[in-house]
Design a protein around this ligand. Structure first.
Ligand code: NDP
Length: 250
């Protein structure tokens, strides 16, 4: 098997207890990365950590986290440094939707999505990159969305948050490029997870008609792109967005 240079690295995957984050956590755990998964509930985070640890034989920490809170993110970073002494990889994956057309969208639904998806990415990048700067190395991958590139009816808040994540990726990539830290984004299309399971059959069918490859994506497709971006196969690449979307946004 090819050595991707990931053994004993430490990765924080926000929202890593289920969905895409969980698939990313398992993909990295299979490469012997020490994993930290976070989620909104302590018990579920611990349970996910135990499951990943027993399946892959690596150390895994499961922590309660609210990415939209700087204080909560500080606590998470403190716990990781206390246990593992370093952070090599940050995957800004935690995200939410709260759909509705803009004319009737409540301010609280706008704020919730922007605060989690965009401000959460800011909070984690700010606090983790400080540690990476001390180490003079690191890989950050932000999970954006195809919706941040082409928009979607009923998702103005989500599209704005993910377009913001893409701009944030490019700005931070420029800021950190000279310090050994690379920052890239992955923009998934329609991937089957809890987030998409709430969509109606009609929306789901309409979505399929817009995918040139005529199939929904799998969480593993996204995890593979992330694996490439954090591995030693990824060199001289920063500030880029890789679409994993079956050709939806080309
Ligand atoms: P899920 O809803 O399945 O999982 C979201 C995860 O984020 C959960 O673990 C959840 O924690 C966590 N989370 C939510 N809010 C917070 C918060 N405030 N602080 C910390 N963790 C939080 O979503 P997906 O796996 O589908 O999505 C993962 C990412 O991929 C998101 O950023 C999403 O926008 C993006 N994406 C997904 C696509 C898809 O088709 N599925 C397409 C394009 C992008 P808990 O389990 O405790 O609720």
């Amino acid at each position: 098997m090819m050595d991707l240079g990931l053994t004993d690295k430490v990765a924080l995957i926000t929202g890593g207890i289920r969905g895409l984050g969980r698939a990313i956590a398992e993909k990295l755990a299979a490469e012997k990365v020490k994993i930290v998964v976070t989620g909104t509930n302590e018990e579920r985070a611990r349970k996910a950590a135990d499951e990943i640890s027993s399946a892959y034989g690596v150390e895994v920490l499961g922590l309660k986290h609210d990415v939209s809170s700087e204080e909560s993110t500080k606590e998470v970073v403190k716990s990781i440094i206390a246990k593992f002494k370093k952070i090599d990889i940050l995957i800004n994956n935690a995200g939410v939707t709260s759909d509705g057309i803009v004319m009737t969208m409540k301010k609280e639904n706008w704020d919730k999505v922007i605060n989690t998806n965009l401000t959460g990415t800011f909070n984690c990048t700010k606090l983790v990159s400080k540690q990476m700067l001390r180490q003079r190395s690191g890989s950050i991958v932000n999970i954006a969305s195809v919706v941040g590139i082409i928009g979607n009816v009923g998702q103005a808040n989500y599209a704005a948050s993910k377009a913001g994540v893409i701009g944030f990726t490019k700005a931070t990539a420029r800021e950190l490029a000279g310090r050994g830290i690379v920052v890239n984004a992955v923009a998934p299309g329609y991937i089957s997870t809890d987030m998409t399971s709430v969509l109606s059959d009609k929306v789901t069918e309409e979505m399929l008609s817009k995918i040139p490859m005529k199939a929904y994506g799998k969480a593993e497709n996204v995890a593979n792109a992330v694996l490439f971006l954090v591995s030693n196969m990824c060199q001289y690449i920063t500030g880029q967005v890789i679409n994993v979307d079956g050709g939806m946004a080309m």
